[in-house]
Design a protein around this ligand. Sequence first.
Ligand code: ZN
Length: 111
Amino acid sequence: MQKQETTRIKKEDKVKIIAGKDRGKIGKVIRVDKKKKRLLVEKANMIKRHVKPSAKNPQGGIIEGEGPIHWSNVMLICSSCVKPARIRMNILDSGEKVRVCSKCNENIDSK
Ligand SMILES: [Zn+2]
């Protein structure tokens, strides 16, 4: 068993949510918080927040935005086989580390 101390998911990746109220939803990662081990996924886990009046929003009120999701609750969608995939790390001859899909063996970072 591997410890989930880090994630191989990066900003702009497509992920599928595998737990919580948005289970099954697919979206793009818009932020990765490595300290809190959480991600923001576009249009997923929407939460309402109360905001104070500001120049942009003089009335204040309630805004809706993406709420953080723990990264163990999402799976990366492979850009080649378009399936939720486990990721392996591969080291190229050049020494560069790339992410490889465990299903189709395609280099996920070569787009
Ligand atoms: Zn794949």
